[in-house]
Design a protein around this ligand. Structure first.
Ligand code: F6P
Length: 333
């Protein structure tokens, strides 16, 4: 069976008028960078990617060599293409406007170059997450200077989002607003082939993902939800639940997309605003999950409706099968 490649898939979207040539090229460039990162991840210790880089990122987290490398690959791939006005990375404090010696495009790109990087050295799946916004225009109709403020748009303004998982296979899931579609990297042709068109999150599920070591710090609504799941057949849910936690959001969300369930990183008494990043993780993943028929909230508000106040803002995330997310949200009153 001949499967469409990512290029063919995007050209079709362009012909249908859903994306323009610039956005198509941008997504292809990101996909190419993901392939390069996948190769480096795959080399493990042989590629010099393991171990600490000896630096801290803007979040005060120790950077791994592969964090730094993945960030560089994405920066280099994207700065000269002419389709971006600026980009922002979870690993960098400030936004990076396209250098003036290159043409400036109409899009803004945000990325988490290597999500789940605490898993690198132990050979567990990691990934890359990205989000694309339109660069805002000023009252004179001309593109505004792409500063931090230009990026502070709610997630519903995203024009594209996606993530790669570097696992037993390298997978790329993308959305341009007409469903969520999954591609598998064919290592023989080194191209992404459409293997999971129109992903739909199963409605009926009995699996949850949460870091249970934080239980003592959770707010009552999350405690109640998990407690009811743990009571299984004997509790109010009347069925047994299973628990999974990879600690790489890309892998946990891909599992939810594949077989349903709920993924939560709620706010707690230690992480009062939540732990995950709104612009680099929560927004793109929520866009994809909604496009696959699921839901995503911070417990009270739909993630895609949150107005960001800063680039590196953290947020509580509850996403996955719609009914489960609605249940947790209802417990928040
Ligand atoms: O934000 C990075 C991240 O690694 C996510 O991919 C993952 O869901 C989470 O942090 C894991 O957090 P913890 O180490 O607290 O389980």
């Amino acid at each position: 069976m001949r499967r469409p490649t990512l290029t063919q898939f995007l050209i079709e979207r362009q012909r249908a008028g859903r994306i323009n040539a610039d956005l198509r090229l941008l997504i292809e460039t990101i996909a190419r960078a993901c392939k390069a990162i996948s190769t480096r991840v795959n080399k493990g210790s042989l590629g010099g990617g393991h171990g600490n880089a000896g630096t801290e990122n803007v979040q005060g987290e120790m950077q791994k060599n592969l964090d730094v490398l993945a960030n560089e690959v994405l920066l280099e791939a994207n700065e000269w293409g002419g389709n971006l006005a600026a980009l922002a990375s979870e690993e960098m404090e400030d936004v990076k406007p396209t250098p003036t010696h290159y043409p400036r495009g109409e899009y803004l790109l945000l990325f988490d170059p290597l999500d789940g990087s605490s898993n690198i050295d132990v050979n567990i799946s990691v990934g890359t997450i990205f989000s694309v916004l339109r660069a805002p225009h000023g009252p004179d109709g001309k593109p505004r200077e792409p500063d931090e403020k230009a990026f502070l748009q709610p997630g519903r303004s995203q024009v594209a989002a996606g993530f790669a998982v570097y696992g037993p296979t390298t997978l790329l899931v993308i959305t341009v607003g007409d469903g969520a579609h999954g591609f598998t990297l064919d290592r023989e042709t080194f191209s992404f082939a459409l293997t999971h068109p129109g992903i739909r999150i199963p409605v009926d599920t009995a699996e949850f993902a949460i870091n249970a070591s934080n239980m003592r710090r959770w707010e009552p609504p999350v405690r109640r939800y998990i407690d009811e799941c743990l009571q299984g057949k004997d509790g109010p849910r009347g069925k047994d639940f299973n628990m999974r936690w990879v600690a790489s959001m890309v892998a946990d969300v891909y599992r939810v997309l594949s077989r349903g369930g709920i993924f939560m990183y709620p706010r707690d008494s230690k992480n009062k605003d939540g732990r995950l990043r709104l612009m680099y993780e929560a927004n793109p993943m929520s866009f994809i999950v909604e496009q696959a028929g699921g839901a995503a909230t911070d417990g009270r508000t739909r993630i895609l409706d949150l107005q960001p106040s800063k680039l590196h803002q953290r947020v509580a995330v509850i996403l996955g099968s719609k009914q489960e997310v609605e249940r947790v949200t209802s417990y928040h009153g």
